[in-house]
Structure formats: C-alpha cells, structure tokens
Design a protein around this ligand. Structure first.
Ligand SMILES: *Cc1c(COP(=O)(O)O)cnc(C)c1O
Length: 422
C-alpha cells in the first residue's frame, strides 16, 4: 500500500498534486511519501511481532537520503551500511552509532578504523565480517585501541534465491560470505582473537525475493550452524538474517507480506534464544517513491512510437541494469491508451524503460511517473551524458520539501580542473 493516487484526475503524493512539484522543482525529480515510509516501517516491525528479541537495521543503500534516514530513525530503525560513506550518512542523520551494522565485502582497514572510532571511540554496533583476514585486521585495530569489536561472521549458505542473477548473493559462487562448511573452523580461530567479540553469524541471500522458500532454507541452514557452534562451546547471542523481501513492481505481482515473512521467521527460529537482526531495504523504500518525469517528444517508430521522457538511465538505472519493470502512469490520464516504447535521452540503446508497453496515452509536455522507484533509484543516479544529478522531494501530508538539490552540470564542471600545462 502506498500514498500515491489520482484525485480528481490528477496524481497526488499524499495531499500534494504532482504538477505542483514539477512546476516548483522541475523534472525529472524523485518524489517520496513520508506516510508510506512510516507505514512500511511499522508493517515490517508488526510482522515480526512473534520474534521476542530483534534489531531492525534499515539497509540504507536502498535510499540513503538524510531525510529518509531521519524519518526511519524516528521509527526506531538503525542502519545497515556497506561503506564508510553510508556510515557517515547514518551518523549525520542522527542514527545512534550503537544501532549501526557495517556490512560489505570490501571494507577497507581505514573504514574499519572509522567504525571503531565512531561515536567518540564508542564504536558502531556491529561489524559483519566477510572473510577471515578482515576479522584479523579488525581484531588488531580494536586491540590497539583497547577494544573488543562486536562482530558476526557472514556465511554463504549456498541457496539459490531465485531472483535476478545480479542481485543474488547467497550462492557459493557469489562473492559474499564464507562457505558454510568452512565457517565452524574459521569461527573458532576468529573467536580466539582478543580484539574481537565474535558473537554470532549473518546471512543475506539476495534482493527482490518473491518466495519465502529460499529464505526459509537459508535460515534453517544457519540454525544448524548456530547449534553446531554452540556445541563447540561458542556463545551465539546474535543472528543477522539480512534483508531481501521483494516488492510488487507490476500491478499483478504478488509478494510475500511482511506478516507472512514474520510468521515464517518466528516458526523457523523458535527456540534459537538469540537477538535476531533484520536488514530490510527495498521493502521499506520501494513503493514509497516515484520518479516524476515529463514527456519531451512522442517520436514515431517503425513498430511502436517512442515516448522520449526527460528521465533517463542515469536517473533510474534499474531497467538498464536488471531489465527491471517500473509501472509508467500519466499524472493526468486522458482515459485513452497507447502501445509505445519508453526511452530517455541518453545516447545508449540501453536507455530504454519499456518496449511495446500498453500505457496511458501521452503527448509532448505531459507529466508521468515511474512507480516503485523509492529503492535503488536516486541512490544509483549518475551524471552520465553530463546530465544533472536528479533531485529528491519528500512529501508529508500537505507539505513538501526538496531533500536533495538538483546538482547541475555547472557545479560538476566547477569540481574539475584543466592543468596549467595544457
Ligand atoms: C542490500 C543489502 C540488504 C538489503 O536488501 P533489500 O533487498 O533491499 O532488502 C541487506 N543486507 C545486506 C548485507 C545488503 O547488502
């Protein structure tokens, strides 16, 4: 459920008509609904009502805008971060350092040190280790500071998440985690290091999962691992179950609800006696945002016309990257339909959002949105073709604010230098 709906024939975000935002801010622009973010945050938490001890860390790579982080911090969410930059954002948004989980397969020693030194040396909440050498380096950095770094070992359960290959992370050939059969011996070696408080294990098998079965299989495997580690005398107080729950992109997509997910988790983890950690990203942010765009031209095509919009693959990369589907809806639909290709202005054939799609009929100058663009949208934007970095607007009831400026080519040019020997 989201708060984007047509009222009197005009698409609104909550109580704000989208043409008003297009007029004031220009297009393309991401528009987010605060009420939708809050609702998703609450529904996800309520879904896990059957889990006695839990920690919710929003995976901020899905949408790291400071205003979004502030809103989710107010909902009691911490952050799952995958870079020093994301850690800086979470802290800048006022998320408590102790609520921050640092994931990622390539954390540099400098980033690990920043995690330890955050919060005036109090450090962040947890490091999710991806390989043994990383654990050794973190242990040494912590010991040099007289600390024990709270950490868990990310294991790769070798489960096929059944999602797009580029967002699948839990198969043994993927780069993430340590092979589950090597985990017990590695855990024992790392747990012996004085600089580490190795307190559990983590998994994250992929994103946009439309089926609970692979998650359940992965959770059962990690449950067996926890039992094995405890049998070997280790204290396991934390198990991080990652994120990955999918969202509907097409009107007829059916996705497991947070309630169904939570019921599965409660059933599978019954008796684990550990704090369970969750890292939802897309399920919180996906349907909370749209990319508002204006049609530049409708260009006649050989088979179908091309609707050329002012948003492009640099603003919303998912169709070019993952062949992703984003619903395309006219802001003021006329009631007639057309079959068209939808493309942006970038000089790449891959800058195509849809081919032969049945859509609201549009003409030059009309406004439209790509729906379900709140996650992995603006955060992946680039300035390719010397296009501006797309701005972001947050709507809350009848108010809205620009929460990220449009970064223009002039600003980008000002950051470049021609050396004086040219
Ligand atoms: C990307 C990521 C997530 C979030 O995944 P979603 O599919 O957006 O829920 C969670 N944990 C880790 C480690 C990730 O890399």
């Amino acid at each position: 459920m989201d708060h984007f709906a047509h009222r009197d024939g005009v698409l609104h975000c909550e109580d704000v008509a989208l043409p008003a935002i297009a007029e004031a801010v220009g297009t393309p622009v991401y528009v987010y609904s605060a009420a939708t973010f809050r609702r998703h945050a609450r529904v996800f938490r309520e879904g896990l009502a059957g889990v006695p001890r839990k920690h919710l860390a929003y995976a901020i790579k899905a949408n790291p805008n400071l205003a979004v982080l502030r809103l989710l911090a107010d909902e009691g969410y911490g952050a799952d971060v995958v870079s020093g930059g994301e850690m800086a954002r979470a802290l800048a948004a006022g998320m408590p350092a102790s609520e921050i989980v640092f994931s990622g397969v390539g954390k540099t020693p400098a980033e690990l040190a920043r995690g330890l030194d955050a919060n005036n040396g109090g450090g962040i909440g947890q490091f999710n280790l991806e390989l043994e050498e990383e654990g050794e380096v973190l242990a040494a950095l912590a010991a040099a500071r007289g600390l024990r770094a709270p950490a868990v070992l990310r294991v790769n359960p070798d489960v096929d998440a059944g999602t797009h290959a580029k967002i699948s992370t839990g198969r043994k050939e993927n780069k993430f985690g340590v092979p589950i059969d090597q985990a017990p011996a590695m855990f024992a070696r790392l747990a012996a290091l004085p600089g580490l408080d190795l307190r559990g294990v983590a998994i994250h098998i992929g994103s946009q999962l439309g089926d609970l079965a692979p998650l359940e299989a992965a959770y059962r495997r990690i449950g067996q691992l926890v039992a094995e580690l405890r049998g070997a005398g280790h204290v396991i107080s934390h198990v991080d179950l990652g994120g990955g729950l999918g969202v509907p992109y097409k009107p007829d997509d059916t996705m497991p609800s947070p309630a169904a997910y939570g019921a599965m988790v409660a059933r599978v983890t019954d008796g684990w006696d550990a704090e369970l950690m969750f890292e939802p990203g897309r399920v919180i942010a996906g349907n909370a945002g749209v990319l508002l765009t204006r049609v530049i031209w409708v260009k006649p095509g050989v088979v179908h016309p091309y609707v050329i919009v002012d948003a492009a693959m640099n603003d919303l990369a998912r169709p070019a990257l993952y062949d992703a589907w984003h619903d395309f809806v006219a802001v003021s639909p006329s009631g007639t339909r057309m079959v068209a290709n939808i493309a942006g202005p970038v000089c790449e054939s891959g800058d195509t959002f849809a081919m032969g799609r049945d859509i609201d009929a549009v003409a030059s100058g009309d406004l439209a949105v790509f729906r379900t663009a709140g996650a992995y949208g603006a955060t992946m934007a680039s300035t390719y073709n010397s296009r501006a970095l797309v701005p972001e607007v947050l709507v809350d009831g009848d108010r809205y604010a620009v929460v990220a400026d449009r970064v223009t080519p002039e600003t980008l040019i000002a950051a470049e230098r021609v050396p004086d020997w040219l």
